[in-house]
Design a binder for this molecule. Structure first.
Ligand code: RUB
Length: 314
């Protein structure tokens, strides 16, 4: 229980962050938690697994990769607890391997859209987007990346560190400078926390203004997103919840206390309409956003009937 709570806390506080990493960490935790459970009673075991699943899903509401990964593992079968444990291990290991593979494939596929000499703007820190930069660079293409700081949590600093380690030329800019620099950009590549059935993309706050500026300048926007970032529940008409994080990430409580009439808003993500997206690069192919429905139905591997109708994951 202690380790389960620690993993949940790490996801909540963003020590583990990025939609893909969150999903893999949740799958691994369910596997390890199951392995640690002492009971031989299937009912008790299933109850505890359900609790763990619910706890992990509740940590961050926007990254749909999280409930998708949990749902994948929770499809386990088994008459006995031992059978259930080995089914959980198989499913979790499969999810993690598929996920790592997907990020690599997206890199290879996305790199075909990158030309030698391109300047590419990105936002936040996305392993899938970085995989494209790494792949293009490994193919010998000379690329320059413009990375935004991504306030308030400054994930841009992680991006510049990763790109620097890869030997890729990178320029760090403040978030409000994206339109100013757009004229120098050939291509925009960003990640996703969720893709809805109508092809909208939910990603780090600021993604939509970057995409809007790119659209205005007729620059292509590519979203790098594994299929498990597509949201099945949006087929049921549900909206993806946008996480509102603590105001202290923007302005300290002490500083805020100096004002009488000021409040702070801190949404972590925003929605980019599909009109501003040229291509979503998934591990099963580069698709126009309009094809999101097909990905959800064909590749996510479960039917709508499997979903709870009350809006709760577990
Ligand atoms: C991270 C973020 C990333 C996506 C995709 O937000 O918006 O662009 O999660 O990342 P946060 P990846 O830092 O709040 O988790 O491609 O690594 O899954």
């Amino acid at each position: 229980m202690k380790q389960l709570k620690e993993t949940a806390q790490k996801i909540k506080t963003m020590e583990i962050r990025g939609a893909g990493r969150i999903a893999r960490a949740a799958a691994a935790e369910l596997r390890d938690y199951a392995g640690r459970l002492k009971t031989d009673e299937p009912d008790e075991f299933n109850k505890k697994m359900k609790y763990a699943a619910g706890l992990l899903v509740s940590t961050r509401p926007t990254a749909v990769s999280l409930p998708n990964a949990v749902r994948w593992v929770m499809r386990y079968k088994g008459e006995t607890v031992d059978e259930a444990k080995s089914s959980i291990k198989k499913l979790a290991d499969e999810f993690i391997a598929n996920s790592e593979n997907a990020v690599r494939k997206i890199g290879e596929m996305g790199a075909r859209r990158v030309r030698d000499g391109d300047t590419i703007m990105t936002h936040c820190n996305s392993a899938a987007a970085t995989s494209i930069f790494a792949s293009a660079h490994a193919q010998g293409k000379e690329i320059n990346v413009i990375a935004t700081e991504s306030r308030p949590r400054m994930q841009g600093l992680i991006t510049i560190k990763q790109l620097d380690n890869l030997g890729i030329n990178t320029t760090l800019i403040v978030d409000s400078a994206v339109r100013y620099f757009m004229k120098e950009v050939d291509l925009v590549i960003m990640g996703a926390d969720a893709v809805t059935v109508n092809g909208s993309v939910i990603n780090k706050i600021g993604t939509s203004q970057l995409a809007l500026a790119a659209h205005e300048s007729r620059k292509n926007v590519i979203i790098a997103a594994e299929t498990y970032k597509f949201s099945p529940r949006t087929i049921l008409g549900e909206l993806v919840e946008i996480e509102e994080r603590d105001s202290g990430e923007v302005l300290s409580r002490e500083k805020l206390g100096e004002f009488s009439n000021v409040s702070v808003k801190n949404p972590a993500f925003d929605v980019t309409p599909r009109e501003y997206i040229d291509l979503i690069c998934t591990e099963v192919g580069a698709i126009p956003p309009e094809m999101a429905y097909i990905i959800i139905r064909e590749y996510l591997g479960w039917e709508l009937g499997e979903m709870n109708s009350d809006g709760k994951e577990y």
